[in-house]
Design a protein around this ligand. Structure first.
Ligand SMILES: [Zn+2]
Length: 426
């Protein structure tokens, strides 16, 4: 016992005197190194090459992680939830930031609700890019382009308001599905507070003359570009010369405005060609193929808007006959489908609702979703087809359906170019 006390006293003394010259003699006693001396004396010199390699490895991992997080965020905001989760599947980059992003994606996916109301559908004709070329007389009341058309500047003001109101561009083709028990509405899963919106663009033949796009083409970089005659007598080559380009630019800035990249439906006729080309001239038909493939890749799809776009002589109007509707539909299928591919979307010219027996010609050609025109939102499910109304956005509706547009879509006063247009008549 006494011996132990002596030992302890010695240890204590040693600890106190550590650093003095004679402590070395007692080095065989197992004592902790005084703080601050161990690293300098005991640790092996680190290999600089190894340290540099480790640092490079960490930097590469950080870069990969940042890239994957940005990609996941981009996918999540476009409602590609599973794809966003897959973008973060690399185990090497896993850390708290990846874990937090994965949790956020899963939480948003779990929060989605099925939108069960009627789906609204708005449509435009090609945009008036230069109103001064179309409305040379701003005094005499005017219909035509002034009635059914919107200006590019107006659409640019409409889109942010639709976005603010929680609208999300949705795919018309995804709304209904033919099942064994007939047509059925598919679930529309969106975050709470979001509303699906169908957008379509009519005609897009580019046969309107000055003030509008003259042609759409794919440039050497693979970009969709419009040829538009400008007021100075020159030709603009621009990416936003019509609805599709203006919507593209907005979605680029607001990916959550388009559901899984889908932007809208283009309703093509036959008699005037498409995008500034003729279906019946082989080289031009090839251009239509190129442009429509690029539009599809960009989030657009196609509907039939009839071949003739005719409402007299028993076509798409009162007295429509099986003979005329059948002629029209067959002509569309023969001339247009080879260039743009098959579609089950039918956007009736003038929104005319063809009745049986002529309707059967349209259904038998494979069309399952039929669109009319109205001033209200209306969806109708039939055993063999679904029908929905479309609301036109143009001078006429901005003048005569102001309350409807204000209530449903945007504040008309902040959009409508009253100064640049003559008074609107139907
Ligand atoms: Zn039309």
């Amino acid at each position: 016992m006494k011996k132990l006390c002596v030992m302890l006293a010695a240890v204590l003394l040693l600890a106190l005197l550590s650093g003095c010259a004679f402590t070395d003699k007692l080095g065989q006693i197992d004592l902790p190194e005084p703080p601050g001396t161990e690293k300098e004396t005991a640790a092996p010199t680190p290999d600089p090459a190894e340290a540099a390699a480790e640092q490079a490895r960490q930097e590469e991992l950080n870069a990969r992680r940042a890239e994957a997080l940005a990609e996941a965020e981009r996918l999540r905001s476009g409602y590609f939830y599973d794809e966003a989760i897959a973008a973060l599947s690399d185990e090497e980059i896993y850390d708290e930031s990846v874990e937090a992003e994965l949790a956020a994606i899963r939480a948003e996916k779990d929060s989605l609700v099925d939108y069960t109301g009627d789906v609204p559908h708005i449509f435009f004709h090609s945009l008036i890019v230069y109103p001064e070329l179309v409305f040379t007389d701003r005094v005499t009341p005017m219909g035509g382009y002034n009635s059914g058309f919107s200006e590019k500047a107006e659409l640019e003001k409409i889109l942010p308001q639709l976005y603010e109101r929680g609208y999300v561009l949705y795919d018309l083709d995804a709304l209904w599905e033919m099942t064994d028990s007939g047509m059925q509405r598919n679930p529309i899963l969106l975050p709470p507070g979001k509303t699906p919106l169908i957008l379509s663009v009519d005609d897009v033949a580019y046969a309107y003359g000055d003030g509008f796009a003259q042609q759409l083409f794919v440039d050497e970089n693979g970009e969709l570009m419009y040829r538009v005659n400008n007021p100075q007598g020159g030709v603009d080559i621009v990416p936003d010369g019509d609805v599709m380009g203006v919507v593209d630019a907005f979605v680029e800035q607001h990916p959550d405005f388009a559901y899984r990249g889908h932007k809208g439906t283009i309703a093509l006729t036959g008699f005037q060609g498409a995008f500034g080309y003729d279906y019946d001239i082989p080289e031009q038909a090839e251009q239509i193929r190129t442009v429509s493939a690029a539009l599809k890749a960009d989030g657009w799809n196609f509907a039939s808007h009839s071949y003739t776009h005719n409402r007299v002589n028993n076509y798409y109007g009162p007295g429509c006959s099986v003979e005329k509707i059948s002629y029209d539909i067959n002509k569309w299928v023969d001339h247009v489908v080879p260039c743009i591919g098959e579609t089950r979307l039918f956007i009736a010219p003038f929104g005319y609702r063809v009745q049986q027996p002529a309707l059967q010609c349209i259904l038998d050609a494979g069309f399952e979703i039929y669109c009319t025109v109205d001033s209200k939102v209306y969806n109708e499910l039939n055993p063999d087809y679904a029908l929905m109304s479309r609301i036109e956005i143009g001078g006429y509706s901005m003048t005569y359906y102001r309350d409807t547009l204000n209530e449903l879509f945007f504040d008309v006063d902040s959009v409508f170019d009253v100064a640049g247009r003559p008074p609107v008549v139907g």
